[in-house]
Design a protein around this ligand. Structure first.
Ligand code: PMP
Length: 360
């Protein structure tokens, strides 16, 4: 039996154990082909089947309307920051809601392209510890871009922003953690390495009517239309990553029972962890405003900064890994994506109480 620890990494992050076991089981001989899934052609029958399954499973999980296409793109979520303005502006001004590092990077890619993006709201004034509530979006904007969950600062949109223009969502760190309504979206996307599978593949979902906005001057591999027309197989896709994403969708659907169930599990996990901090008498202090706290990335500080490195190191000794905050902000962070179960939270909460007792 392999030695596994409780994994609180922010991404790449935990993958459900049954998924890893299935990968292990069929690694040398994928479904009787005599080859690993890494060794078969992306134009073979077995891979065709993986592509069909992964798309139909995502459609089922999200109840995705017909007019949306499900695509797999390389270059991570960061590549999407550039592709979005390239494909969707068509002479109009893009609008962004700035809730942290990743939104800021998305804005920058529109600036580089000379598109003069409008930042309609920002929570920078309080170090991105909340989600802005007031913003106005011009009716002739190209789109409204937002980051549904802020991985580094630990804030999350409880309900999504509303606008009369297509919504574009970077859902990298909370996709499939709860049900959502895809219909207001013109486009949404998520790097796989948090809730979907391994890094190297980015899920991109585009509404049909958005495709015609793309100017002819955009290179082939940077056009969403190319991915739609070729079913994400214009060139060799990240086959292994897509295969794992398919298994993660299967786990979500068959083992967990869909997004309502997943959301209830995630809610309980977050409640347990935030609750433990709130009853710690100030020893552990969550950094985000209560109503905007992320259910995926729980960011917190300790009573004294000097204790934080000790906390992270001792936790790891106890089999609790990945609790160091992002290098840009310090502090601590427990990323509790779909694959990190209640048992990991319970173990963490127990360790936290013990650590506070010994260091309080
Ligand atoms: N958006 C969000 C919300 C993220 O958390 C991350 C990565 N942590 C990114 C974008 C960038 O993703 P990638 O590394 O896949 O480019």
């Amino acid at each position: 039996m392999a030695h596994r620890i409780h994994n609180f990494n922010a991404g790449p992050a935990a993958i459900p154990l049954p998924v890893l076991e299935q990968i292990q089981e069929e690694l040398l001989d994928y479904q009787g082909s005599g080859m690993s899934v890494m060794e078969i052609s992306h134009r073979s029958k077995p891979f065709d089947r993986i592509m069909e399954e992964v798309v139909s499973r995502f459609r089922k999980l999200t109840n995705l309307p017909e007019e949306f296409h499900v695509l797999f793109v390389q270059g991570g979520a960061s590549m999407q920051f550039a592709m979005i303005p390239l494909n969707f502006c068509a002479g109009r001004r893009p609008v962004y809601l700035d809730t942290g590092t990743w939104s800021t990077k998305a804005v920058k890619e529109a600036q580089i392209q000379g598109l003069d993006p409008l930042v309609a709201a920002s929570s920078k004034d309080r170090n991105y510890s909340y989600i802005p509530k007031e913003y106005e979006v011009p009716a002739d904007a190209a789109y409204l871009h937002f980051t549904s969950n802020n991985t580094i600062k630990g804030t999350q949109w409880r309900t999504f922003p509303e606008a009369d223009v297509p919504l574009i969502g970077d859902m990298s760190s909370d996709i499939l953690s709860r049900p959502f309504d895809p219909r207001p979206f013109g486009f949404f996307y998520a790097g796989a390495q948090k809730n979907l599978g391994p890094s190297g593949v980015c899920l991109a979902v585009v509404r049909e009517d958005m495709l015609d906005r793309c100017p002819d001057t955009v290179p082939t591999m940077l056009r969403y239309k190319t991915y739609v027309e070729k079913n994400s197989l214009y060139n060799t896709p990240p086959c292994f990553g897509i295969y794992v994403v398919n298994l993660v969708f299967k786990w979500l659907d068959e083992d967990i029972g869909g997004l309502e169930k997943m959301a209830a599990i995630n809610r309980k996990k977050a409640d347990t962890l935030y609750g433990a901090m709130e009853s710690s008498g100030g020893f552990y202090r969550p950094t985000a405003d209560v109503e905007d706290r992320s259910l995926m990335n729980v960011t917190f500080r300790l009573k004294e900064e000097e204790l934080e490195a000790k906390f992270v190191a001792e936790a790891l000794e106890q089999g609790l890994g990945g609790l160091k905050g992002h290098r840009s902000v310090g502090g601590c962070r427990a990323s509790i994506y779909n694959a990190t179960g209640q048992e990991a939270i319970d173990a963490l909460v127990q360790f936290m109480a013990d650590f506070a007792r010994r260091n309080g």
